[in-house]
Design a protein around this ligand. Structure first.
Ligand SMILES: *Cc1c(COP(=O)(O)O)cnc(C)c1O
Length: 357
């Protein structure tokens, strides 16, 4: 699986999925919920203060993003959305449907965030919140959230992040970047199964009432009150996905956390990009601009995306198409999941076969 989630599971995570039939309202599941939240909070926990807490929700990454917005995007003040891909644009349409005051600063999907434009807007003082996508999976661009975070801090503006394809493999600094909340999922860089996702957010903001939240299911205040109270959840959590995330977090922490995962992904990515370079395939972004999680290359002349996909699939690999106007023009290869060195060897051989025809 070289698509950007869901990922190839390790045997240990796959085995955990069938740990047993548990009731979500028994003490042992409350304990598991607490333990998952505790470990998720410590992934980026080398911060002194620990103002942020994790809440789990059943649903894919989009569910976590939408729940974060429904609960935390302000009603009385404006949010600036920085969009340079599908996921940033999706955030803007969520805010529009919720009637939350916002403005969108849009960039072409090929471009970085325009920081001087963002700075001018923030300095004008209209915004209380900024929201951005950390790793824009549309292209593989790692947006410069360190720079954005500094800008938020300077202007006393809160930052909300879609970190769905970054959490667990890229740097995140909750306090230094003024992060009020971030959304992420079990089944990308953490290597769990799809179906459970989470939001890490400022404890005090979650503890407030959220009368403007347009959704009962997506009101994270209710999840906070119960998961950080008796340990239960307002609605059924995906029990088996929670088992999978449990095993995935054990593996993740044993293997040295996000720094080691980042190095591993970078190593895989560098091997693939070097090989594609030798085959004359052009990357969409320079290596300085891309995340370690995934990379995009242009489909070369003389082969269609679907043929490339199908040839690789015959060899056991699933790659991913471009989205929107990049459909048929880009192909994407992700580095997440239980991928071994011998998988990479086989992949490089398969790419050579497919691309030298
Ligand atoms: C994968 C992804 C999502 C959400 O994906 P789901 O299909 O809902 O799990 C959101 N944002 C980004 C940046 C992503 O990569």
């Amino acid at each position: 699986m070289l698509n950007p989630g869901p990922v190839t599971l390790s045997d240990r995570v796959r085995a955990a999925l069938v740990r047993g039939d548990w009731c979500h309202r028994e003490a042992e599941f409350a304990e598991l919920t607490r333990s998952l939240n505790r470990r998720l909070e410590t992934v980026y926990g080398d911060e002194e203060t620990r103002r942020h807490v994790s809440v789990l929700i059943t649903g894919s990454g989009t569910c976590a993003v939408e729940a974060m917005l429904a609960t935390l995007a302000p009603v009385e003040s404006k949010t600036l959305v920085l969009a340079n891909g599908v996921y940033g644009e999706r955030i803007a349409s969520m805010l529009a449907r919720m009637n939350r005051p916002h403005e969108v600063q849009e960039a072409a999907w090929t471009d970085a965030i325009d920081f001087s434009a963002a700075e001018a807007r923030l300095a004008a003082g209209d915004f209380s919140h900024v929201i951005a996508v950390q790793h824009e999976t549309t292209t593989g661009r790692l947006n410069d959230i360190s720079r954005l975070g500094a800008l938020c801090k300077e202007n006393d503006v809160k930052l909300l992040l879609d970190s769905v394809s970054a959490f667990g493999a890229e740097e995140i600094r909750l306090d230094a970047w003024n992060v009020e909340g971030l959304a992420a999922t079990a089944n990308k860089c953490l290597h769990g199964a799809p179906g459970i996702s989470f939001v890490i957010a400022d404890r005090e903001r979650l503890a407030e009432a959220h009368p403007a939240c347009p959704s009962v299911y997506l009101d994270l205040g209710a999840y906070f009150a119960t998961q950080h109270g008796d340990g239960f959840s307002p609605f059924t959590l995906a029990v088996q996905c929670a088992f999978g995330l449990d095993a995935a977090l054990e593996e993740f922490l044993e293997a040295g956390g996000w720094r080691n995962r980042r190095s591993r992904y970078a190593e895989i990515g560098n091997r693939i990009s070097a090989h594609l370079g030798e085959l004359g395939i052009e990357p969409m972004l320079s290596s300085a601009d891309r995340s370690v999680t995934m990379q995009s290359h242009w489909v070369p002349e003389g082969i269609g995306y679907q043929d490339l996909h199908d040839m690789l699939k015959q060899d056991g690999f699933v790659i991913y198409a471009g989205q929107g106007h990049f459909a048929g023009r880009l192909f994407r290869i992700a580095h997440m999941g239980d991928i071994t060195d011998s998988d990479i060897e086989r992949l490089l051989a398969s790419l050579t076969r497919a691309l030298s025809r």
